[in-house]
Design a protein around this ligand. Structure first.
Ligand code: NDP
Length: 278
């Protein structure tokens, strides 16, 4: 069994981007909107800010209160869209109840949509054209690349069908000729779906929902989940202890997919900077 070390790979990617930014004298800028006071979101935004510092990406944070109206949120997005110095706009989810996040994502100009959540970029991914790929699936694809994991003809089962992870993951795996099954809360028999999977991507948000008796010997396990255990420690959707004994490759939590998500955001911001100045 080999651990897929996302933390190391993310560091490598950030370093490569830093060198590129310095050498080519690039000055990319990311604007992050944090709306409402979700504690986890604050931590994610802080991590993104730290990574920007490291790579040499300018970072601007826009903090909006819980009482923000949809119109105020859209107005801010319009302002950032028009600001030529800003290459990437990221709206941290979740946003307060009552606000429409899909409408907000759609308002972000596709050329600045570094999270890849605007329907235009979602469509590009579906038809296999170059656009912005959502950072979590993109990071997972980089892990497969790094470890020379060939996806062609493999049976991949994704657990979770969110717009930010599960669905775009399907397109990424399809583009590499995997045969993809997607499971969700209404799936009748998760264990039987997983039983012959060569690759499992768990993106549910439920602690240790994937157990050793559900997976095939030698399966490749990607754990996207970020949950807290009883002691408050970060843990994934996979029962690492038992599953790692049966898997051929596995991502740990922490240190797997999480850091890759942030690294690919940095990659997308630099890409946007370069695209916008072509
Ligand atoms: P969502 O809550 O949006 O989606 C969860 C998905 O899991 C849904 O499709 C849901 O099905 C499905 N699901 C729920 N219960 C079951 C079940 N018992 N069996 C099978 N499927 C089930 O979550 P996200 O995609 O946003 O995030 C998933 C996890 O990944 C979270 O822990 C989140 O914190 C983490 N995350 C980690 C990132 C990283 O960088 N490491 C980035 C983004 C997320 P249905 O559609 O039917 O409701």
């Amino acid at each position: 069994m080999e651990i897929l070390n996302g933390k190391e790979l993310a560091k490598e990617i950030r370093l490569k981007l830093k060198k590129e930014v310095e050498k080519e004298k690039l000055s990319p800028k990311l604007a992050v909107i944090l709306c409402g006071d979700n504690e986890a979101s604050k931590v994610y935004v802080k991590n993104k800010s730290k990574a920007c510092d490291e790579v040499g990406i300018k970072f601007e944070e826009y903090i909006l209160p819980n009482t923000t109206s949809q119109l105020e949120l859209l107005n801010l997005i319009d302002k950032l869209n028009e600001n030529d110095e800003i290459d990437g706009i990221l709206l941290q989810s979740p946003i307060p109840k009552g606000l429409n996040i899909e409408e907000a994502f759609e308002r972000i100009k596709p050329e600045k949509d570094v999270d890849g959540f605007n329907p235009y970029n979602v469509g590009k991914l579906c038809i296999g054209e170059d656009g912005f790929i959502p950072c979590t699936p993109f990071g997972i694809m980089k892990i497969f690349d790094k470890y020379n994991i060939d996806l062609e003809g493999k049976k991949a089962v994704i657990v979770g069908r969110s717009n930010i992870v599960g669905k775009p993951m399907t397109q990424c795996l399809l583009s590499k000729n995997a045969t993809v099954t997607i499971c969700h809360s209404k799936t009748k028999d998760l264990k039987s779906e997983l039983s012959d999977a060569d690759i499992v991507v768990a993106a549910v948000g439920k602690r240790e929902i994937i157990k050793a008796d559900m997976i095939k010997e030698g399966a490749i396990i990607i754990d996207v989940g970020m949950n807290r255990n009883d002691e408050g420690k970060l843990c994934g959707d996979v029962d690492f202890e038992s599953v790692s004994k049966k898997a051929s490759y596995i991502t740990p939590v922490p240190g797997g997919v999480g850091p890759m998500t942030v690294a690919m955001l940095m990659y997308n911001v630099v890409k946007s900077y370069k695209n916008r100045r072509k």
